[in-house]
Every structure is written in C-alpha cells, then in structure tokens.
Write a protein that binds this ligand. Structure first.
Ligand code: RIB
Length: 316
C-alpha cells in the first residue's frame, strides 16, 4: 500500500460548486424516536454545508481553491463570506442573494459521535447554470471539479459539462443522495457515496445491508466509470470495472463524525488534482476523513498537510 510523500511538488487547482449552510448542532445522549423530545447537553452554531466544507478542506490541504455558490444576505451569509475569505478561497463567483436566508442545517450528534442532519437549502437553491457558466474559465483551468447534492441539478450539469469538455476530472459526492440525471452521470469520473447513499441511488431499502463490492458494481452499471464507497472507520472501497481495492483508515478516537465525508472528498479532489493515482488519492482522503472526526464540529477538524503527515507516521 502507498507510503509515498504526503507533501506535493504540484499545487492543485480545485473548483467546488456547492452549498453553504450554517450548522446548528445539538449534542444529545441518543437520537429521539418519532414524537419524542430529547434534551441536548450542548448547542453550537458554526459554518457548514457540504460544498463550503469541501472547499475549506481543499484549501487547507494547499490547493488553489475556488468556491461557486450562493448565501443569503443576512448575518449567516456575512459569516460565510468571512470564513471563505479567511481560508484563502476564491469567491469571485459566490454571491449573497437579497432578501433570502442562508442555508441552514440542523445537526444532532449522539454520544458515539454519529450524526443525523436535516437541511433547508434556501439561498443554495438560487445557484443556477448562468452563475456556473460565468465561471467557465475557472472550471476549465482547474485540475479537479468537485460537486455534491445540496444544490439543484442544472448548475451541477453545466459545471460537469464544462469540466468534461476541458478534460478536467469530475468528482461527484452524491450527498444527500437523489436520482442522478443521465447528463450528469456521463460526465462524472469518480462517484463517492457512503453506504446509505449508494443504497438510495440504487433504489434499495436502507436496511438492505449488502456487500459493498456488489453495491459498487451495481453503481458502475448505472454508467459511472469509478466508484469509491466511503466506509467510515473502515476506510473506503474503490470499485472499477476491472477490480476493487479496500483502503484502510487510521484508527482514531471519535468526537463527531459530521463532515468526515467532506474532509474525504476535499482531500480526494486535491490529491487527484496533484496527479496522484486514485489508490494514493483515496488513502490520502481516508486520512483526512479520520482526522476530521477527532474534533467537535466540522471546520475545526479539517486537517492541513502537516496533520496528515503526522497521522501517517503512526497509522497503516
Ligand atoms: O457534511 C456535513 C454538512 O452537511 C454539515 O456541515 C451540514 O451543513 C450539512 O450540509
């Protein structure tokens, strides 16, 4: 397995088209059942949204990062702009939408660090194809384009088409999972679902636990070139038409799993953008995901390269 240098001679340029949500997080002893009220031990408010989280992840790992998205014209939107600027992310194509609320996520985290999330996209739904089209140059000049499902289909389809026309690799993190339009499928190079997202995409019952290699192969059958199923503390499974490969994650103490997928996807895009082979890129991403879960909330846990270097020294 890969034991190469975590540092890179090449600086990747990564573009993310996606969401920003303020995260309203409650730490609870256990998830409520239907109709039940559970008292939280703690409440916190902080930046989130899969697109923005993935952009911060990429920037912290040294990529020249652009974020294309929409936030509201409210305090949360101001906070979003401040965060993205402070992380050196190019936001030329991110705007605040007048008289609109910034996207919101309600996040419950139980004592095991597992989470349940509901999202109100609000301003994120104002992101349209025209905005993406105006960022045509940015996407064409990227080494990797990274997409998720917290914005509507048209901007994602447009972005993936621009990238495909310019031979820029496209990573789609199908979270939260929904039906993927064929015009998007054909332009995705790497699909990165977790188990429940893979099951949803295949229209299977979420209780239908099945072999991940089989799930990966069935997703390839929908027209994807390469599927990487993220498996939490077990790492990730890379499935292509020729073979499949398990990549382990370092074992770490878990504080909060929120954002693990975002750390994984941001890191994957950076490593692919640096030209690393997919096996190495997946291992790099597993390390980033592992580091993310060691801290409460998303942004504080997103690692830089030095942290990835140090976890690599005592893992595998
Ligand atoms: O992936 C975690 C993110 O999902 C949170 O930051 C929350 O905002 C939701 O979008």
């Amino acid at each position: 397995m890969y034991r190469g240098d975590i540092m890179s001679d090449k600086t990747a340029t990564v573009t993310i088209v996606g969401s920003y949500n303020v995260g309203l997080t409650m730490n609870i002893p256990r998830f409520p059942t239907e109709g039940e009220t559970v008292t939280a031990q703690n409440f916190s408010e902080g930046p989130g949204g899969k697109g923005s989280n993935q952009a911060v992840a990429a920037a912290r790992l040294g990529a020249n990062t652009s974020f294309i998205g929409k936030v509201g014209e409210d305090q949360y939107g101001d906070d979003a702009i401040k965060l993205l600027k402070s992380e050196n992310i190019d936001i030329t194509h991110t705007a605040q939408v007048a008289e609109t609320h910034t996207g919101v996520a309600f996040i419950l985290v139980n004592e095991d660090g597992d989470n349940e999330i509901t999202v109100a996209p609000v301003a994120n739904n104002a992101l349209d194809s025209d905005v993406v089209q105006s960022a045509d140059d940015v996407i064409r000049n990227s080494d990797c384009l990274l997409l998720q499902f917290e914005v509507l289909d048209p901007p994602l389809i447009t972005a993936a088409q621009i990238a495909a026309d310019a031979d820029v690799p496209v990573v789609l993190n199908p979270a939260p999972a929904r039906e993927i339009p064929p015009s998007l499928v054909s332009n995705v190079d790497y699909l990165t679902p977790n188990e429940s997202e893979a099951l949803t995409l295949l229209d299977k019952d979420l209780k239908d636990k099945t072999n991940h290699e089989r799930l990966g192969k069935e997703l390839l059958g929908l027209g994807f070139e390469s599927v990487i199923i993220t498996q939490g503390s077990s790492g990730a499974l890379l499935v292509s038409h020729n073979d499949s490969l398990s990549v382990a994650a370092p074992s770490v103490p878990v504080a909060d799993t929120t954002g693990a997928g975002d750390a994984f996807n941001g890191a994957l895009a950076v490593a692919l953008g640096e030209g690393r082979p997919i096996e190495d890129a997946t291992q790099f991403a597993c390390r980033a995901g592992a580091l993310e879960v060691t801290k409460q909330e998303v942004i504080p846990g997103l690692p830089d390269r030095t942290s990835i270097q140090s976890i690599s020294e005592y893992s595998d």
